[in-house]
Design a protein around this ligand. Structure first.
Ligand code: ZN
Length: 239
């Protein structure tokens, strides 16, 4: 009897902070032809063990090429880790797509060891948050002068945006400090200088940006819901 060949898959280990060839011990797979969409699909979830620290790793991959359909052979996307430390999930429906997409790209960049790219994406996410929130905040300056002809609206940049978020009390001083750090790293990352950014620093910045997004959207939504329940109860008691 031939000995089974040990299957492996390449995935990011958050403890070793590196891509490792995890030895596969299990998988779930689905695929076929989607009649409605008129195209084939395939996805896999792989379970394995890190060869170095022996921790359990779970990754997900989607089929991006189908033999005999659009490719000479079946091709799969890079495996993205979903356990442990799954990508952060937000609940608010108000979070703009560009913020969500930038955060997803940042996470994938980190898993691929592309720390500079991750910082650029984190800056993009925060800049998009600034634009989304500040475009809906009325300007605080009042003027009695006759209205000037409308100028094309200037897009808010990251540095100005985070200051305005603090001035409008959307974020507090601590979140403002984190935002300033992110801006500094983003500026370094966006210019073609010879720099390195450690994974440790990039991961911390990711945690800060996630916290800001959660604070500005998810927690604000949750508090509104909580408050309307409390108010409704108080009204019922009165009547
Ligand atoms: Zn490991």
């Amino acid at each position: 009897m031939a000995t089974a060949i040990q299957r492996t898959f390449i995935v990011d280990c958050p403890w070793c902070k590196a891509k490792v060839a995890a030895s596969e011990s299990g998988r779930a797979e689905r695929g076929g032809y989607d009649e409605d969409a008129g195209e084939p699909y395939g996805s896999k979830v792989l379970v394995g063990i890190c060869p170095s620290c022996k921790s359990i790793l779970v990754g997900e991959t989607d089929q991006i090429g189908f033999e005999g359909y659009d490719s000479d052979e079946d091709r799969w996307s890079d495996v993205v880790r979903i356990y442990p430390k799954p990508p952060k999930v937000f609940s608010s429906y108000r979070i703009p797509k560009v913020v969500r997409d930038s955060l997803t790209e940042a996470d994938r960049s980190l898993q691929a060891g592309a720390n500079i790219a991750a910082c650029v994406m984190l800056g993009r996410a925060l800049e998009a948050l600034c634009r989304d929130i500040l475009d809906s905040v009325p300007e605080t300056t009042t003027t009695t002068a006759p209205a000037a002809p409308a100028k094309p609206k200037k897009k808010i940049m990251l540095g100005e945006g985070i200051k305005k978020l603090r001035d409008n009390k959307v974020i507090d001083d601590r979140l403002y400090d984190w935002s300033q750090q992110l801006q500094a790293f983003r500026n370094l990352a966006a210019h073609p200088e010879d720099i390195t950014i450690s994974r440790h620093d990039a991961e911390d910045l990711q945690t800060f940006v996630n916290a800001i997004v959660e604070y500005v959207y998810d927690l604000a939504d949750r508090y509104e819901e909580f408050k309307s329940r409390v108010d409704a109860r108080a009204k019922r008691k009165k009547s």
